[in-house]
Design a protein around this ligand. Structure first.
Ligand code: PLP
Length: 394
């Protein structure tokens, strides 16, 4: 089938080829040519419940026929229910709802600066980490250390500094230089190549932040909400942040982001300080309530852990006979396979063979399927991946 010249009409922010996707069902996506893809990217860690999940469709129909948008000038019940759930599933903090991950990070930056500079005017500095990724708007971009994302967009915001992930001594040195409002960190870096924080590192950050009255912000936009086999990735560490940012899977496929803040930070904010027209609209929140109710079930989380292990074991078996694989990293169903060379040819060949996987930094192929994945899907994905490694052009 001849495809329209899609690229003619878009600002080329993404490099895309091939047919348009038209439909999704469970673990599969289908394109306009009728080709079927096993989805191990989940819309970049969004489709936790797969595609066309019946509970999501029911909530869409029900809330869609009642109220889709009303602005934040008024309360809505789905927004209240979602905020209560988020608060009870974290540390009991206050919730701000927005539309995306980058907006959640913007809110985290603004709230922590407002809180910290209220006590001391020069306490506005923000520390984040190399290989971390926090979004594309100016605050989140300034907190994203990699130069390739900055190029051509300077000047970035003032007061942003970077340290090496998991390097306690180097981080302390950087922290000692300035008066910090916040430290922003992904407990498990996603875009940066699937790099887990060490327990000692997160606990060092927690202790330092306590000592100097700095807001510790966990960006769980990619690693949170069930992806690692616990509701929040930080549960693996026993470390609690002051602000937790979530997004991606939260809205069941609709744009929805959130920050949960401890009360002392939330109380620095007054009406008018921050806001959003669409954020936390009743439709997205109704879907969010469905997502949270499902992913928080112990049997659901246990399956994520078990299937994550099955996936990593299968990849390790492939690695044993393929020199092209350097390392397998990750927790639960956020798994990175570091290749000896750039996997830029592997990803499209997997797609051609019917498997969607996503590239990350450090020559990494990311496997992050919907959390409803089953052993048979993992077997099928591993078979395609291995076939590409054996027969493909690497
Ligand atoms: N933070 C993390 C850890 C992410 O992985 C991403 C997106 O990939 C973002 C923030 C930005 O989220 P969004 O693309 O929804 O703005």
């Amino acid at each position: 089938m001849e495809h329209p010249h899609y690229n003619d009409v878009f600002v080329p922010t993404f490099s895309r080829t091939g047919a348009a996707l038209v439909r999704g069902e469970g673990m599969y996506l289908f394109d306009a040519d009728g080709k079927r893809y096993l989805d191990f990217g989940a819309g970049i860690a969004v489709n936790a419940l797969g595609h066309s999940h019946p509970a999501i469709i029911a909530a869409l129909r029900e809330q869609g026929s009642l109220l889709i948008h009303s602005s934040n000038l008024y309360f809505t019940q789905p927004q209240y229910e979602l905020a209560k759930l988020l608060s009870s599933m974290t540390f009991g903090g206050k919730v701000f709802l927005c539309n995306s991950g980058t907006e959640a990070i913007e809110a985290a930056i603004k709230f922590s600066r407002k809180w910290a500079t209220g006590a001391s005017k020069d306490k506005f500095h923000i520390l984040s980490f190399y290989r971390g990724f926090h979004g594309r708007t100016y605050g989140a971009l300034s907190a994203t250390a990699q130069e390739q994302f900055h190029e051509g967009f300077g000047p970035l915001l003032e007061g942003f500094h970077y340290a090496t992930f998991n390097d306690i001594a180097g981080t302390k040195e950087e922290l000692d230089k300035h008066s910090y409002a916040a430290i922003i960190v992904e407990p498990l870096q996603g875009e940066g190549g699937v790099n887990p924080a060490s327990k000692e590192f997160l606990s060092f950050l927690r202790n330092y932040a306590n000592e100097k009255n700095i807001a510790l912000v966990f960006d769980e936009i990619q690693c949170g909400l069930g992806r690692t086999g616990t509701v929040w990735c930080c549960e693996h560490y026993g470390t609690v942040p002051d602000i937790l940012a979530a997004a991606k899977p939260l809205g069941g496929g609709l744009p929805l982001g959130a920050v949960v803040c401890k009360d002392h930070i939330a109380s620095a904010i007054s009406p008018g300080n921050h806001g959003t027209t669409f954020g936390g609209n009743p439709l997205a929140c109704a879907l969010g309530c469905v997502v949270l109710a499902i992913i928080a079930q112990p049997v659901f989380l246990a399956a994520v852990k078990k299937n994550g292990e099955y996936l990593r074991n299968g990849l390790a078996r492939i690695a044993a006979s393929h020199k092209g694989i350097k390392e397998i990293r990750g927790t639960g169903l956020l798994v990175g396979v570091e290749m000896a060379a750039d996997p830029k040819n592997i990803i499209p060949q997997c797609k051609d063979a019917g498997l969607l996987v996503i590239k990350a930094e450090q020559n990494t192929v990311r496997f992050m399927p919907p959390l409803i994945v089953e052993e048979k899907d993992i077997k099928a994905a591993l078979a395609i991946f291995e076939q590409v490694l054996v027969n493909g052009k690497l």
